[in-house]
Design a protein around this ligand. Structure first.
Ligand code: GLN
Length: 312
């Protein structure tokens, strides 16, 4: 009997060929211009890490490159608050419905009367960031990174240079989101403090291996985590993780994903493993062009879509 394709059957040669093609795809993307450090990223940088439950990691491309997670931190912020406060509390703070508006849409938040539609949007992450324990934004960020590093065996750290760059050009849209949330009573801290914490956690940085290890927490939860919380996070990545593109990507690739404006992208293959990609040029929705292309190649060739079901 021929064994069905899976992440574990991937050949390194095949992956190297795709990496070369992904480099060409990246040329169609653009660097974001609203955070100076991200505007100066190397558009040619490309890295991939694939971890499977069998434990044979594949690392390709610029494996020593350190990059900020930006919005890829959002599912892990959600996991932390689920773990510390439970699902009932979390979903009294944020919704779980997808949005067809951009990740920083004020119109969406206003239409929802200041209740964030989901935790993958900036509004939802601002709200949950205010629930991190600690007296200062630095302390709250440190608490989250230490907890994640413990769960994942990763080495995430705050990149002070990126944070300075974020602060050098105050983000008026994120300020408006925080103020709208505060006015609606959705924040347990001041707007300024929630925004400061959010900016800190977006600047947590690591290598491509760190990102794939974070993903494995959702695939094989450590014993102290509740598998149901990991399932909830993975489901919300699937419905909301790529913003307006989430529905289309569910059809084309069928893997729960989360992107960040740094060009980081994490895909979860439930029951099998995690795929982490880094390539800074973005499409119009703010998702890494080469990252989405690579995950789609892997998903279609290896039949990884969660909407396949093995008849065996
Ligand atoms: N810090 C970024 C912002 O608020 C994160 C957004 C993202 O990665 N999509 O704009």
């Amino acid at each position: 009997m021929v064994s069905s394709p899976s992440l574990a059957t991937l050949s390194p040669t095949q992956l190297d060929t795709w990496l070369a093609l992904a480099r060409q795809q990246a040329r169609a993307g653009k660097l974001p211009d609203y955070i100076p450090a991200l505007a100066q990223a190397n558009p040619e940088a490309l890295a991939i890490a694939i971890q499977t439950r069998q434990g044979n990691p594949y690392l390709g491309g610029d494996r020593t490159q350190v990059f900020p997670l930006m919005s890829v931190i959002k599912p892990f912020l959600l996991l932390y608050v689920l773990t510390t406060q439970g699902a009932e509390a979390v979903f009294s703070y944020v919704g779980m419905d997808p949005s067809d508006r951009p990740f920083n849409s004020l119109a969406q938040l206003q239409a929802d009367r200041g209740f964030p539609r989901n935790p993958m949007l900036n509004s939802g992450a601002l709200t949950l960031a205010a629930h991190l324990p600690g007296d200062t934004p630095q302390e709250r960020c440190l608490n989250l990174s230490q907890w994640l590093n413990q769960q994942a065996g990763s080495q995430l750290h705050l990149d002070a240079g990126i944070l300075a760059s974020v602060r050098s050009r105050p983000n008026s849209r994120n300020q408006e989101l925080a103020e709208c949330l505060a006015a609606a009573g959705s924040l347990v801290q001041s707007a300024a403090s929630a925004l400061d914490t959010y900016e800190h956690i977006c600047c947590l940085a690591g290598t491509i291996a760190d990102l794939s290890q974070l993903g494995m927490v959702l695939v094989s939860p450590p014993p102290n985590l509740t598998p149901d919380h990991c399932r909830i996070v993975t489901a919300i990545m699937g419905t909301c993780g790529l913003y307006e593109d989430s529905g289309r990507f569910a059809v084309t690739a069928g893997l729960p994903c989360k992107s960040g404006v740094s060009g980081a992208l994490l895909a979860i293959v439930p029951g099998q493993g995690a795929i982490a990609c880094y390539s800074p040029p973005l499409d119009a929705k703010g998702n890494s062009v080469a990252g989405l292309w690579l995950v789609t190649q892997l998903a279609t060739s290896l039949h990884l879509s969660v909407f396949y079901r093995d008849s065996a």
